[in-house]
Design a binder for this molecule. Structure first.
Ligand code: SF4
Length: 381
C-alpha cells in the first residue's frame, strides 16, 4: 500500500522513517507551496481552519503521485481538529479520489489501541518490529527538534545571513538518510555542532558568543500559539527566520516532540512533563481556568512563563477563525498589561500578505528594542 501524510514542519522526515520501517511504500507530498495552498483553498470549506486547507493541498499532491491511503492524526474536542480527518476524507471523495483514511486517534492514557492501529497498518508485523520503528522515528524527531533549537540560537548572531539555515538543511538531509538509531544519534550530535559553528557559536553555551555587530544581549521573544502555525514555516510565513534575521532569538515552548510527549505518551511515564503541564495551567489560571481545545490554554500559560523567564515580548500565532486561539487572544492583552509585557497576536491565513506581516514584525521588534534601550535589559535577563 502506498501511503502519505500531511506536512507539518519536519514531520515528514519522521513519518517517512516510521512508515518505511513498517514496510510501507511512502509518498511524501510536495512541500507546502503557493500552488498546494491554492488547491486547498479552492476545495476546502471556506471557513475551515487554515491548516485543513493546507492538508488538502498536500493530499491532492500526494494522491496525484499515486498514494492510496492517508495516515492522519485524530483529535478530541472541543475544537474542530476532532473532525478534521472526516472532513478531509469527504472533500477528497467529492473530488473523485478513492482513498483510505487511516486515523490515529490520541491514546488518552492507553497506548494499546494506537499500537494496534499502527500494527494493522503495517500488515500485522510483530509488536517488537512496530516498537522498533516507533523508537527509530522518535530518535529522529528528538534530533530534528534539537536542530531547530540550535538554529534559533544561531540565526540572530550569524555573520553571513543564511549560513546557519544552510547547515540546518544539510544536517536534516543527512538525518533523513540515517539508517539506524546509532547513526541517527551521531548525525544529531554533529548536526547541532555544525549549525552552531556556522554562526561562530560554541556548542557549550552562551557566554562569549560573538554578536558580529548585531545587538547584544539579543532581544528574546517567546513564540506561542496553535501547534501547526508554530511548526510549519510555510503557514507562519517563516516567522522564525524573519525574527532571527532581525537579530531576535525566538524561544518556542512547543516542538513536535513536546506534542508527542503531551498527547501520545501517558503522563505516568513522564513525571517531568506532568510537572510542566501543571506549571503552565497554574500560570494561566488568573486568566483562563480550563482547557479550551488545541493549545489555547498553553498559549496563555506559556506567555506568563516567558515573562518570568525575562523575555522581551511574546508573539502569538494562530490560524484565522481558530477557536481556542481566539479565546487566548482575547485574554493575552490583559495579561500583557498586568505584566508589562508586549504581546503581539497574529492571525494568519491564505490572505495574509508578506509585506504587512513584515511591517508588523519590524514595528514590534523596534518597540522591544526601544524598551530595552530606555529601561536597560530586563532585570530577569
Ligand atoms: S486548534 Fe484551531 S486551527 Fe487547529 S483545528 Fe482547532 S480550531 Fe482549527
Amino acid at each position: 500500500m502506498r501511503v502519505t501524510f500531511p506536512h507539518m514542519g519536519n514531520l515528514w522526515i519522521i513519518a517517512k522513517t516510521l512508515l518505511e520501517d513498517l514496510g510501507l511504500e511512502v509518498i511524501v507530498p510536495p512541500l507546502p507551496n503557493r500552488r498546494s495552498l491554492d488547491v486547498g483553498v479552492r476545495h476546502a470549506p471556506e471557513f475551515a481552519c487554515f491548516p485543513l486547507k493546507l492538508n488538502i493541498g498536500d493530499f491532492v499532491g500526494a494522491l496525484d503521485q499515486g498514494a492510496e491511503a492517508i495516515v492522519m492524526a485524530g483529535g478530541i474536542g472541543p475544537c474542530r481538529f476532532g473532525h478534521y480527518a472526516q472532513v478531509e476524507a469527504q472533500v477528497l471523495h467529492d473530488l473523485g479520489y478513492d482513498v483510505e483514511m487511516v486515523i490515529l486517534e490520541p491514546p488518552r492514557g492507553h497506548l494499546d489501541g494506537l499500537l494496534a492501529k499502527i500494527r494493522r497498518l503495517s500488515g500485522g508485523k510483530p509488536l517488537t518490529r512496530v516498537w522498533r520503528a516507533i523508537r527509530f522515528g522518535w530518535e529522529k524527531l528528538v534530533a530534528l527538534d534539537e536542530f531547530d533549537r540550535a538554529l534559533t540560537r544561531a540565526r540572530p548572531v550569524e555573520r553571513l545571513t543564511g549560513s546557519a539555515a544552510r547547515a540546518h538543511r544539510a544536517a536534516a538531509a543527512r538525518l533523513a538518510d540515517a539508517d539506524g538509531v546509532w547513526a541517527t544519534r551521531r548525525v544529531g550530535r554533529e548536526g547541532v555542532r555544525e549549525i552552531l559553528c556556522a554562526a561562530g557559536l560554541e556548542e557549550s553555551g552562551r557566554p562569549g558568543e560573538p554578536s558580529w555587530g548585531k545587538p547584544f544581549p539579543r532581544l528574546r521573544v517567546g513564540l506561542v500559539g496553535e501547534l501547526f502555525m508554530v511548526a510549519e514555516p510555510f503557514a507562519n510565513q517563516e516567522i522564525e527566520r524573519r525574527l532571527g534575521e532581525m537579530g531576535v532569538e525566538v524561544l518556542r515552548p512547543l516542538y513536535l516532540s513536546d506534542w508527542v510527549r503531551t498527547h501520545l505518551i501517558p503522563r505516568v511515564f513522564q513525571p517531568g512533563r506532568r510537572r510542566r503541564a501543571s506549571e503552565v495551567k497554574r500560570a494561566a489560571r488568573p486568566y483562563l481556568g480550563h482547557f479550551v481545545g488545541g493549545e489555547g490554554l498553553d498559549s496563555v500559560g506559556e506567555t506568563i512563563l516567558f515573562d518570568r523567564q525575562g523575555c522581551d515580548g511574546v508573539i502569538h500565532v494562530a490560524p484565522f477563525t481558530c477557536m481556542p486561539e481566539i479565546v487566548a487572544a482575547s485574554l493575552l492583552p490583559e495579561a500583557g498589561r498586568d505584566l508589562g509585557l508586549p504581546v503581539l497576536s497574529l492571525f494568519l491565513d491564505e490572505h495574509t500578505a508578506e509585506a504587512g506581516l513584515t511591517t508588523r514584525l519590524e514595528a514590534f521588534v523596534d518597540l522591544l528594542g526601544r524598551r530595552r534601550a530606555v529601561g536597560g535589559a530586563r532585570e530577569k535577563w
